[in-house]
Design a protein around this ligand. Structure first.
Ligand code: ATP
Length: 454
């Protein structure tokens, strides 16, 4: 069973070095978290799995890594300056601020008072000054989504790769939103990471591709250990759609605090490419909202036969890395009763997500022969390129196994006297079954490779 409470996950994440409150020694910065030694591995593994599925395993997607600081003009024409807001209310009694759409009744969740202000719009974008003079005129936004730089680079990618729709551009990176009430651990934070694909298609093919991407994303989450039984699809009603969307399907996950959005899959139509394009009147843009007088580009594709220009539609699967990490942790977490009456905590990650793939443990802490052989085995396994292999010399194998169960290490390899004095075999211990098996060092690389394939 997945973890029953957020407290258990937060405690494990801190105890074992996955996730820490940011600036904790000074009291913490609200809505910010730091990923520790194991958290950075887990997060990188999740991002790598997304990149593999989106870019390497398909032949119709290119990658991008764009700047975080964004020109205000970009976010004006994208509609974010005017509409990227949440409704905010203040409690006149305790002075706390809340999102009006998060209140279940018209009461302050802090003190219970009903003396609240009328909701007003609060823009979620962070601003920072650029250059040496802070006179308020030269500023940039920290991007609120990674998507906009994909749109503004559309022509660069098209021209440098000769792509034509249907094709996509994928990007992973930080995004920033000045959330009114960050909460629920890494679920709602002010600095987070997104994994976004903008998939450009001919107008008219958009609805079919939208369905394709919903299915593809559900399959991908399942491959990360988040089964369909823990997910729900929410077809966002028209009055809740973002300003750019014709239709959005949210992938909702059973987080410990409730069912909430893990990923949004939107049909953004030709809204963004159209909005960033000059001379829009020459083009047949369905979602034109503003006449762009600043852009010098036509973000469109020419039909080679009849020479007309067409602005592609775009389907956007947009997933949060941090919410993904939380879902994966929650699914992997289990507390098991043991036959001897004790219990153990296990993170049963899919092997490709496990922060440490194999721990190599010498049976005797101070035995030169065993230690040297264990170090050598670690280095040889490391060369396989499977991820982090940890050599750990504490001399207490039983405790080592428990600790590695708790951080999700799929295999522990113990080097003992038999290894160096007898038949050059090691003990391989399995995280999930706790079964132990003797494997010859010669066959270990193939054995580990096979066991880590998921
Ligand atoms: P919510 O309704 O929960 O505020 P959203 O609909 O504004 O989310 P999108 O704009 O669709 O979110 O962003 C795409 C993805 O980015 C979300 O599905 C989520 O995984 C992630 N995300 C958005 N805001 C945050 C946040 N404040 N903290 C962590 N992840 C976030």
């Amino acid at each position: 069973m997945p973890a029953s409470t957020m407290e258990e996950l937060v405690a494990l994440a801190k105890r074992r070095g996955f996730i820490f409150q940011s600036s904790e020694i000074y009291g913490g910065l609200q809505g910010m978290y730091d990923y520790g030694p194991l958290g950075v591995e887990l997060k990188n593994n999740l991002k790598a799995a997304w990149w593999r599925a989106m870019v390497y395993e398909r032949d119709d997607v290119e990658g991008l890594d764009a700047a975080i600081l964004t020109l205000p003009t970009t976010l004006r024409y994208s509609g974010h300056e005017a509409t990227f807001t949440d409704p905010l209310v203040d409690c006149r009694n305790c002075k706390a601020r809340w999102r009006a759409d998060h209140l279940t009744d018209a009461k302050c969740p802090g003190c219970g008072s009903t003396d609240l202000t009328e909701p007003r719009d609060f823009n979620l974008m962070f601003k920072t000054s650029v250059g040496p003079v802070d006179d308020g005129t030269s500023f940039a936004y920290l991007r609120p989504e990674t998507a906009q730089a994909i749109f503004t680079n559309f022509k660069n990618v098209l021209d440098s790769t000769s792509r034509r729709p249907p094709f996509g551009i994928a990007q992973i990176g930080k995004a920033f939103r000045n959330e009114i009430t960050p909460r629920n651990f890494i679920f709602r934070v002010r600095e987070f990471e997104q994994m976004e694909l903008e998939f450009f298609v001919p107008p008219g093919d958009d609805e079919g591709w939208h369905e394709h991407w919903v299915e593809a994303r559900l399959d991908w989450w399942e491959a990360q250990g988040v089964p369909r039984s823990s997910l729900e699809l929410y077809h966002v009603p028209a009055d809740e759609l973002a300003h750019y969307s014709k239709a959005t399907v949210d992938v909702m996950y059973r987080f410990p605090h409730g069912v909430e959005e893990l990923e949004g899959i939107a049909n953004r139509t030709d809204f963004d490419l159209g909005s960033h394009t000059k001379n829009q009147d020459e083009l047949n843009i369905s979602a034109k909202v503003t006449n762009n007088t600043h852009s010098n580009a036509r973000l469109a594709v020419q039909d080679l036969q009849n020479k007309t220009w067409q602005v592609p539609y775009v389907i956007e699967p947009s997933a949060g890395v941090d919410r993904g990490v939380l879902a994966v942790l929650n699914e992997a977490y289990r507390v098991e009763q043991l036959d001897n009456g004790g219990e153990r905590t296990v993170l049963a990650f899919k092997p490709h997500l496990a922060p440490i793939k194999v721990a190599v443990l010498p049976l005797k802490k101070n035995h030169d022969g065993i230690v040297a052989r264990a170090k050598e085995i670690k280095q040889n396994l490391q060369k396989l390129g499977l991820g982090r292999i940890l050599y750990e010399n504490t001399g207490n194998i039983g405790k080592g196994y428990r600790r590695h169960d708790e951080v999700g290490t799929p295999l522990c390899v113990t080097v003992d006297f038999q290894t160096i004095e007898d038949d050059d075999t090691v003990t391989v211990r399995d995280r999930d079954t706790m079964a132990q098996e003797r494997v010859s060092v010669e066959a270990l690389a193939d054995y580990v490779r096979a066991r880590l394939a998921d």
